[in-house]
Every structure is written in C-alpha cells, then in structure tokens.
Design a protein around this ligand. Structure first.
Ligand code: FMN
Length: 441
C-alpha cells in the first residue's frame, strides 16, 4: 500500500520521535497543552483516548528538522535540496477504485462533526478549530484542481466557518462560483502522508494541481479516489474526509483565532462550509496542528526556503538556509567569495520572497539551524556601521494594519575574507560532540 500517515507514525516511533498518551485527554486546552510539552522534546505525540470522540489524535509530525530529514531520507541541511530536486519533476496523481478512507461512509442526515476530536487550542479562540485540513476544490471553468490549507471553525453538526480570501487560490475559485450564483464543492482531507499537506501549503502559480507536487515529493503518483457526494478526488489512504460545499453569498462571524504569528486574528465575516458527508477509516487518526508551532512553521517554511535557496544560489555559493522560528526571517550560510556579497544575497532573498523582513547572512562554519550559533556570528563578526542593508517602504507581509512589515533589514554577519585565520573558530581536540559524558560518570 502507498505510504500514508501511519507509515510516518511508525517511522517516528521506531526512531524514538513519538510520545504515546494512553490517558484520556480533553481536546479543549488539555490536549494542546500536552502538544506544546511534546514540542519542547521535539517529538510527535499521539493521543489514544480523547474525550467525547472515538478518534485518536496525532500532532507535531514535523516538529523538528530531524523528522523532516527522516521523511525526505536525507540530512537536515539537505532537506531543502531534496525538496528542490523532487519538485522539479511533477508527477500526475493516479485514480484508484478503493481505499481505506471509505471504510466508513456517512451521509446526511447521519453527518455529525461532534464525533470528531476538533481541538480548541488557545484561550481566546472562538471555539474548536480544524487546523490540518487539506481543502480540495476545482476551478469551475478549467476543472483544474487546487489544494490548500485553511482553518475551519466548528459551528454545528454540519457547519464550519472557513477562512478563504483571494489572492489565495481557493478564494479566487470561490469568487468565480459566487459570481455565477453557485456554491463551491470542496473536500477536506484530514490525516494523510505529510507530503500531501506540504504540497497544499505551497504557493505555486494559479492553475497548478498541487497533488502533482504531492506526487513529486512522494516520487510516485499519489493514489486518489472519487468522493461520494462531490465531483472531487482525495487521497485513498487518508484518515478522514469531509465533503460538502462552501455556500454562495453567505458570510458569518469567524474568529478570533490564535494564528501563525502568535497573535489573535480578530473576528471577521467569513465563508461557511456545509458538510454533507464524512468518510473515514474504521480506527481513524485525526490530525491537528497548532498555529505558530514549530510544526506549522516548518510546514510554511520548507517550500519558501526552496524558493529563496534557488534564487540566492544564482548569485552566491549557498550552503544552507533556515526560515525558522518565524517565516518572516531567514538565515543563509554561504562560502563567501567577495566582500559585500552578503548584501547581494540578502537582496536576492528579499526579491524572491516578499514576506521576509530580516535576512542574516553567515559563513559556512555557522549552523543556520542553531540560533545560538547565529547570534554568536552576529555578535562576533558583524559590523553594524557597514554591514547592514536597509530597504524601506518595500513590499512586505500584506496583512499589516500597523505598517510594521514594509521594510527589510539584511545583516552581513560574515568574517572579513582577508582575516579568515583570525576568525577561525576554535576547536576542542577530539570534538566536544564526540565525547559521551555518560562514559565518564
Ligand atoms: C496550518 C495552516 C493553516 C492555514 N490557514 C489558512 C487560512 O485559514 N486561510 C488562508 O488563506 N491560508 C491559510 N494557510 C496558508 C495557505 O494554506 C497557503 O498559503 C497555501 O499555499 C495557499 O494555497 P494556494 O497556493 O492554492 O492559494 C494556512 C497554512 C497552514 C500551514
């Protein structure tokens, strides 16, 4: 069978990256608090008993770079290169006639979203939210599929509030339907191989079916199966699928919600999703993601890291890139060839990805995934009087009511080329990492 969510859970279990919770937990606040605790350990966490639901819950699937490296069968540093290589060759998904996601099929009037362990994450959230749903839709004119990740607020047994606005492609597709007085059919996939949600969180040109990216990441065609009540296809090995339509001409209050920047987005008038069918595995595992967690950041970061890496590689000898812990800042390590080159690197990065606000450029001997190392380089190698690139009034993060994201700062934290010997890092003989303290205790 095709690699699915369970394959990944088993993989992380075998590599000691999984915490298993047998005690019953409440999806309201208790479960996310435990997710946060597991995040500190950089481990995925599965809850086998969840109050008011027969479903298990999984979270923190790609909370660490080590886990990403396992998924991509490479090293932390080379995950981005692996992404670039795989995505180059898009692969068409394949239609199959059966799959475990159809083990249970419930249609109206049997549909009841209360059966799902929908999690209430933050104290001021408007209610329980589906946060790891891959929304599948089709352009009404071309029939080309689009997939994206959208938050959904629980509002009743068959009703969810959904956030989807242009320029996001789902918003464009819905606008087209609404202009013709039509509702938009969607399917929401919860719990699939992580590559599927990574593809959904990737921004590509309008008209590209991101399931072809999911297939490319898998290095084989993703197996899709037809939905029961809508003209859409979903991964056959998914855990849960919701089918239905986003209503035409209807908006209702949605939010507040603790979003990816760790702030609450206020209540807004947003779209309404009417659920008409639920299909799932018999012992389904429901996936949830905490917005602003490291898992969420990695999900948003990886495709953007690839975009910046490719652009910067055209102007410099790039070693590694990291867009965590926030996707509005990045660290890039290079093998510097010329003085001044780090500023060009920062400019190329800002050009490739407009949400970037800070770009720190370090030498090849600095670990971009270790903020202590990055701060060490900034403190001991940067020259604020000459090494800063300030770009004012540029295009930045668009939802910016206080106008604080429209300028950019590049920081050259590299050592002077002609003084490299003086800036050589000291090495403890034998290598600190090589010595296991336990052997001496
Ligand atoms: C966990 C998570 C939740 C997200 N929620 C939303 C959302 O509610 N609304 C939205 O417009 N984008 C949201 N996004 C971002 C989009 O999924 C992302 O921009 C995607 O690339 C859009 O797809 P598109 O290229 O088809 O427009 C979310 C991303 C993640 C990872």
């Amino acid at each position: 069978m095709q690699k699915d969510l369970r394959f990944c859970i088993d993989l992380f279990k075998s590599e000691d990256h999984l915490v298993i919770i047998e005690r019953e937990v409440d999806p309201k606040f208790e479960l996310p608090a435990l997710m946060k605790a597991a995040e500190k350990l950089e481990k995925a966490i599965i809850f086998n008993k969840v109050k008011r639901s027969g479903f298990r819950v999984i979270n923190n699937l790609f909370v660490s770079r080590d886990m990403l490296a396992l998924l991509f069968e490479t090293t932390q540093k080379h995950v981005v290169n692996e992404w670039i290589d795989r995505v180059k060759n898009r692969i068409e998904p394949k239609l199959v006639s059966s799959g475990p996601v159809k083990e249970v099929v419930k249609k109206e009037p049997e549909v009841n979203l209360e059966e799902l362990p929908i999690v209430t994450h933050c104290s001021k959230d408007a209610g329980p939210y589906i946060t790891a749903g891959i929304v599948v839709a089709k352009d009404p004119d071309t029939g080309i599929r689009n997939i994206s990740v959208n938050r959904m607020q629980y509002k009743g047994k068959t009703k969810l509030g959904i956030r989807m606005m242009p320029p996001q492609h789902l918003g464009i597709i819905h606008d087209k339907c609404e202009k013709n007085g039509k509702a938009l059919e969607i399917a929401v996939v919860i719990g699939s191989h992580p590559f599927d949600i990574f593809a959904a969180a990737t921004t590509v040109d309008y008209g590209v079916d991101e399931f072809s990216i999911a297939s490319a990441l898998r290095k084989e065609p993703l197996q899709l199966i037809k939905c029961e009540t809508v003209n859409l296809e979903v991964p056959a090995t998914a855990e849960v699928v919701l089918e239905g339509e986003v209503l035409c001409g209807v908006r209702e209050p949605e939010g507040p919600f603790g979003d990816f920047m760790q702030y609450y987005v206020p209540m807004m008038e947003n779209h309404v999703f009417k659920v008409k069918a639920i299909t799932h595995r018999k012992d389904a595992i429901y996936q949830t993601i905490q917005a602003s967690s490291l898992e969420d950041t990695h999900l948003l970061a990886l495709s953007r890291e690839a975009r910046v890496y490719e652009a910067v590689s055209r102007v410099a000898n790039v070693q590694a890139i990291c867009l965590a812990p926030t996707i509005m800042s990045c660290v890039i390590s290079i093998r510097k060839r010329f003085e001044g080159e780090p500023k060009n690197v920062a400019a190329a990065a800002f050009g490739a990805y407009s949400w970037l606000k800070y770009c720190v450029v370090v030498d090849h001997d600095v670990d971009v995934f270790n903020l202590n190392d990055v701060w060490w380089a900034m403190a001991t190698r940067s020259r604020p009087e000459t090494g800063l690139l300030l770009i004012e009034n540029s295009l930045g993060f668009p939802r910016d009511p206080f106008k604080i994201h429209q300028s950019k700062l590049g920081i050259d934290a590299t050592a002077p080329l002609n003084q490299w010997e003086e800036f050589e890092r000291k090495v403890v003989p034998g290598g600190l990492d090589a010595i296991l303290l336990d052997d001496y205790l």
